[in-house]
Design a protein around this ligand. Structure first.
Ligand SMILES: C[S@@+](CC[C@H](N)C(=O)[O-])C[C@H]1O[C@@H](n2cnc3c(N)ncnc32)[C@H](O)[C@@H]1O
Length: 308
């Protein structure tokens, strides 16, 4: 049997240091995965509420972290619903929050989950197996226009239109069902340039669409920061520029004391002002981590602190 184990958590030392946790505080790890960051947070003496929408992650982390007893609460939930989860547990304020976005190496390496460009599996890509929309559904039923838009906006794929139009023709002959068939079809359409697989950006776009990743992030950021106690922090690790931009803009918008518009005679107080930026530039993994953990290479960590 293959071992789809979780790898080392990315930027773990930097994340723990920058979260500046107080012992006894309650931290929300909204992306539990294999529980690597959760464990590092628990080791500081803090309590953790860990969320993941993937039942496999919750099962794995429950078994791994059983020693921490009642200091750890695990919930299967989408982080876009974090406010409801906190309300259901009667938690008004939290002492820190972490989002380590994207898929885990365990999800990526298990061909059956359909995320991989190099291991054949069903075109699935759902992090939450309860949901209905799969990557196959997107590729085989969305219009050429919709596919072009997704590839462009969620994958920054320069050949979005060409790929979409060819895929729409090809799927009439035979619907796409497997990851490698799709990856090879894209390679045939755009050719191979450089070291990256030519289907990387389309696969990213499909994953973002299937899992509603940007909407979930846009809900989770205010959902978590609204609950931070004054002086406590939120840390977000992203793996591509589109995600990083959402986080950067959110932190910027919430850290401006005043806002100005051309039609206003003078700047006005920003009603959303609640954060101070801790990392003006995102933190990247050092060379040792990049070398020993390839998944970390594109990681960027941003941290902000609740004012007051
Ligand atoms: C990069 S992994 C986290 C790895 C983890 N920090 C560790 O140390 O093992 C991201 C995890 O977040 C989960 N995830 C992604 N989007 C989610 C969402 N909207 N709601 C809940 N969990 C999500 C994925 O299922 C995956 O297990």
């Amino acid at each position: 049997m293959e071992d789809f184990s979780y790898h080392r958590p990315v930027l773990s030392t930097e994340t723990i240091e920058l979260l500046a946790l107080r012992p006894g505080s309650l931290v929300v790890d909204a992306t539990c995965g294999g529980g690597g960051h959760t464990e590092a947070i628990l080791q500081t003496g803090a309590a953790v509420l860990a969320l993941d929408q993937d039942p496999d992650a919750i099962e794995f982390a429950t078994a791994r972290l059983t020693n921490f007893g009642r200091r750890l609460t695990l919930r299967r939930a989408n982080f876009r619903d974090v406010a409801q989860v906190l309300d259901a547990l009667g938690i008004a304020q939290i002492g820190g929050a972490l989002l380590d976005l994207g898929v885990s190496s365990r999800q990526l390496e298990n061909a059956e989950r359909g995320f991989s460009l190099i291991r054949n599996g069903p075109l699935d890509m759902r992090m939450d197996p309860r949901q209905e929309l799969t990557a196959a559904e997107v590729v085989n039923t969305y219009s050429e226009e919709q596919l072009t838009q997704i590839f462009r906006e969620f994958g920054e794929e320069p050949a979005a239109r060409r790929i979409a139009s060819q895929l729409v023709k090809l799927r009439k002959e035979e619907p796409f069902r497997e990851t490698l068939v799709l990856a090879k079809a894209i390679e045939k359409i755009v050719g191979r340039h450089g070291r990256r697989h030519p289907a990387t950006q389309v696969f990213q776009a499909l994953r973002v669409e299937v899992n509603g990743e940007f909407e979930a992030l846009e809900s989770a950021l205010p959902g978590l920061t609204n609950r931070l106690e004054p002086g406590s922090r939120i840390a977000v690790i992203t793996f591509h520029s589109l995600e990083d931009r959402i986080v950067k803009n959110f932190f910027r918008d919430r850290s401006r004391q005043f806002i100005d518009r051309p039609e206003w005679p003078e700047p006005r107080p920003n009603p959303d002002f609640m954060l101070e930026i801790v990392t003006p530039k995102p933190i990247e993994p050092d060379l040792i981590e990049q070398r020993t953990n390839p998944r970390s290479r594109s990681a960027r960590l941003r941290v902000a602190q609740r004012i007051g």
